[in-house]
Design a protein around this ligand. Structure first.
Ligand SMILES: *Cc1c(COP(=O)(O)O)cnc(C)c1O
Length: 382
């Protein structure tokens, strides 16, 4: 794979040309998809929002389409349009808000939208009518999350309204869990009960849309009753668990590694300041390395980050800079400029996971991988 930079310079996508890069194993992604499909026994809609959780939107969607995904979920219509431009044929559902002005694009590119508001739905229908077309919609219900979705007390009326509009093709009904990844099942069970009850009410009043879905990764794995006609799986597909309370099926592996290189190695005398602010001073004569990764790539500017070099842990010391940071090399006397340094992933017998990093950063693994800067090359394997 090559990168065209400017008009003339073609850079070979071999990782030894890069300071920092992401390695994505597409066969792991495919295997994760197959395992999840087998375990869940319902169609899996891969979620590829936020640049496929940092993995790269187009490549990931293409591979998952090949793996058998009939539906692909995105957060925004722009992501859906990029997928169509890249030749993706699968059904596409936009999970977030779409402006009525985008209806011509949605219709032309056969992109299905979410809807949760009477007014917006009317505007969608008007736009579709002016084109003598129908817009495909999934109605989103708020069963308790308090984010997008029409409130339950208006939901039946809303479905009826959508069903009766000649320019609307209502093909889905869905909701979203707020706490499916937590040890207490109460709130999830309540959301599920409300959703099931709504389905019964809709059936007795008007037509029930054909595609019913509510489960994210945690819901799909922990609550088989929540699987309905399809599950919307993001994090588990990329080989990470939604939380420490959710065990992933056997065989699921992280599909992404984050790597950089050692670009300097020198001995500094005791008491020498390291990096902006001299947040670190050498305690003795110390071997200090520089690696080509910084907060401009998504490395958080906090203490406690670590790396793997020659299979051993090398801590990041001093403040993280925009494009570089320093590591302590005392335990690794054989380290050489050019060595591969692992930030996320395996090296020899050791591993650093996005979930471990999330623990240090006080966040969740989702934020760690979504925060990987798009300036980094994505190096795809298999
Ligand atoms: C992001 C998202 C998902 C996927 O969630 P995971 O926890 O990554 O599986 C599913 N549904 C909706 C509406 C989402 O926004």
């Amino acid at each position: 794979m090559n990168y065209l930079i400017g008009k003339f310079i073609l850079i070979d996508m071999k990782s030894d040309n890069f300071g920092t890069w992401l390695e994505i194993d597409l066969s792991i992604l495919d295997e994760n998809y197959q395992i999840l499909s087998r375990v869940i026994k319902k169609p899996v809609m891969p979620i590829v929002k936020a640049n496929a959780y940092g993995h790269g939107l187009i490549k990931i969607a293409k591979r998952l389409e090949k793996s058998g995904a009939n539906w692909i979920g995105v957060a925004r219509i722009e992501e859906g349009l990029s997928l169509r431009e890249a030749g993706i044929q699968s059904r596409i559902l936009v999970l977030g808000y779409t402006s009525p002005k985008r209806i011509p694009h949605a219709i032309k590119e056969k992109i299905t939208l979410s809807v949760y508001d009477f007014n917006v739905a009317s505007q969608y229908a008007q736009m579709a009518e002016s084109l003598s077309e129908k817009i495909n919609l999934h109605a989103k219900i708020d069963t308790g999350m308090g984010r997008l979705g029409i409130r339950l007390n208006k939901a039946v009326e809303f479905i009826q309204f959508l069903n009766e509009n000649p320019n609307i093709q209502l093909e889905g009904l869905f909701s979203h869990f707020a706490r499916a990844d937590e040890p207490s099942e109460d709130d999830t069970a309540l959301q599920l009960e409300r959703f099931e009850q709504l389905i019964e009410e809709i059936k007795s009043t008007t037509a029930l849309p054909p595609m019913i879905h509510i489960a994210n990764s945690a819901g799909a794995l922990l609550f088989p009753r929540s699987r309905f006609d399809m599950v919307r799986v993001g994090i588990a597909l990329y080989g990470l668990s939604p939380s420490k309370f959710v065990e992933l099926p056997e065989g699921i592996e992280p599909s992404l590694s984050w790597k950089t290189r050692l670009i300097s190695k020198k001995r500094l005398p005791a008491g020498h300041g390291v990096s902006y602010g001299f947040n670190y001073h050498t305690k003795k004569d110390e071997w200090i390395g520089v690696i080509a990764v910084g907060y401009g790539d998504g490395m958080r500017r906090i203490n406690g980050n670590s790396t793997l070099l020659r299979g051993k842990y090398a801590p990041i010391i001093g403040n993280v800079c925009m494009d570089q940071c320093m590591i302590q090399l005392d335990g690794i006397p054989d380290a050489e400029i050019g060595d591969e340094v692992v930030l996320i992933g395996k090296q020899k017998n050791n591993e650093i996971t996005a979930t471990e990093i999330a623990g240090k950063w006080g966040t969740i693994n989702y934020e760690v991988i979504c925060g990987l800067a798009s300036r980094m090359p994505h190096n795809y394997r298999n």
